[in-house]
Design a protein around this ligand. Structure first.
Ligand SMILES: *[C@@H]1O[C@H](CO)[C@@H](O)[C@H](O)[C@H]1NC(C)=O
Ligand SMILES: *[C@@H]1O[C@H](CO)[C@@H](O)[C@H](O)[C@H]1NC(C)=O
Ligand SMILES: *[C@@H]1O[C@H](CO)[C@@H](O)[C@H](O)[C@H]1NC(C)=O
Ligand SMILES: *[C@@H]1O[C@H](CO)[C@@H](O)[C@H](O)[C@H]1NC(C)=O
Ligand SMILES: *[C@@H]1O[C@H](CO)[C@@H](O)[C@H](O)[C@H]1NC(C)=O
Ligand SMILES: *[C@@H]1O[C@H](CO)[C@@H](O)[C@H](O)[C@H]1NC(C)=O
Length: 310
């Protein structure tokens, strides 16, 4: 008897939801914007999404249109609409007399990576900080096909454990964000990670990109400044680097290369001499080009770009 009962209970839901499922996972991006999580493996290509015109219109005869198209068959304050093959849309609701009441933008969150360029190995978004004052920037490259339609709709940034106070703004170029951790202490050990999630939209599709890093892991000094007198080059800390330099030391990598005519490339030339040094003086030699870059002496983070002196 017990087995029979279970059999009936389990068989029933499967029988009623053969191919089209009511979306189990959806969330509000902003007021009037609904995002449906499309899990291709589980849902297939068709989803029923519940829409509400407004609490105030309960029990009224409401009609609906998608993107100002034909009137939908479904009527009423609460309807289920079919979102097929990643096609979201703006669903407008109207009174029986035809006056506009409200709308819901339905977007589909898919697992693909098409809006910006990159690969899972190399990543999609590149973040760096040019010092330890708590600011950092992240940038990306739009996919050519989405460069016009693509936009950032939401940025979420938190600390993984501590309570942080990080704000981010889109850069004017539209290719990146500038962030500032207002609670960041340059002199203390950074104990937790920055969690950054950027939501990109193109047409009715949403893609999310998550990053986790520490500022000490993404720090990359700006270019070394080189000044000279007759005999000596002085390697100067970048103006943007944190001070005092005794607390934020840099290591310089100095490379002496021979440049043939116009070709003079610090990163590809075979060096005659390479040295790691904290010292800031370097003797000038005739016919030798000096390449210098800097790295945080206390962390194995990125090297600056090369500076060159001929
Ligand atoms: C319109 O829809 C939004 C989002 O669902 C809701 O917050 C708002 O109350 C609705 N407006 C009216 C007049 O019901
Ligand atoms: C931060 O990201 C990690 C890994 O993505 C996740 O496990 C953790 O729950 C996130 N923490 C917060 C506070 O969002
Ligand atoms: C976050 O930092 C900003 C800028 O310093 C400040 O105006 C704001 O009050 C801070 N917010 C919190 C919750 O501490
Ligand atoms: C060049 O600078 C170095 C280091 O500051 C100094 O020792 C040297 O005397 C200077 N030479 C001249 C000619 O100024
Ligand atoms: C942090 O450093 C950046 C780069 O040098 C600078 O633009 C910014 O104003 C600094 N912010 C603070 C709060 O010192
Ligand atoms: C520093 O990082 C580079 C590149 O990620 C790696 O090849 C190297 O082994 C690291 N060195 C140390 C001392 O951790």
């Amino acid at each position: 008897m017990v087995f029979l009962l279970f059999g009936v209970l389990f068989a029933f839901p499967y029988a009623t939801m053969e191919s089209i499922k009511v979306a189990e996972s959806y969330w509000t991006l902003k007021t009037n914007e609904l995002v449906v999580d499309e899990d291709m493996a589980n849902y297939g290509s068709q989803l029923l999404v519940p829409l509400l015109c407004g609490e105030a219109f309960e029990g009224q005869d409401i009609m609906w249109r998608r993107n100002s198209g034909e009137e939908l068959q479904e009527r009423g304050n609460r309807i289920l609409v079919m979102v097929e093959e990643r096609q979201g849309g703006t669903y407008n609701c109207y009174s029986r007399e035809g006056s506009y009441l409200n709308h819901t933008l339905v977007l589909v969150h898919w697992p693909y990576r098409k809006i910006i360029k990159g690969t899972p190995e190399k990543g999609y978004i590149y973040c760096s900080a040019n010092n330890y004052n708590g600011s950092f920037q992240c940038s990306w490259t739009w996919d050519e096909k989405r460069a016009d339609a693509g936009k950032v709709v939401l940025i979420k940034v938190t600390r993984s454990h501590q309570v942080g106070n990080i704000t981010c703004d889109l850069t004017s170029s539209g290719h990146g964000v500038m962030c500032q951790d207002h609670a960041y202490c340059p002199y203390a050990e950074e104990r937790d990670q920055v969690n950054l999630t950027i939501y990109f939209r193109s047409d009715y599709v949403i893609e999310t990109y998550r990053l986790q890093f520490q500022i000490s892991g993404i720090v990359r000094p700006d270019m070394v400044r080189i000044s000279k007198n007759t005999t000596t080059l002085e390697l100067q800390y970048p103006e943007t680097w944190s001070t005092p330099s005794s607390f934020f030391p840099l290591t310089f990598q100095v490379k002496e290369i021979h440049c043939c005519k116009k070709k003079c490339d610090c990163s590809n030339s075979i060096p005659r001499k390479v040295k790691l040094t904290q010292g800031q003086m370097w003797p000038i030699k005739q016919g030798v080009t000096v390449c210098v870059r800097a790295q945080d002496d206390l962390c194995n983070s990125s090297w600056s770009e090369w500076s060159r002196f001929k």
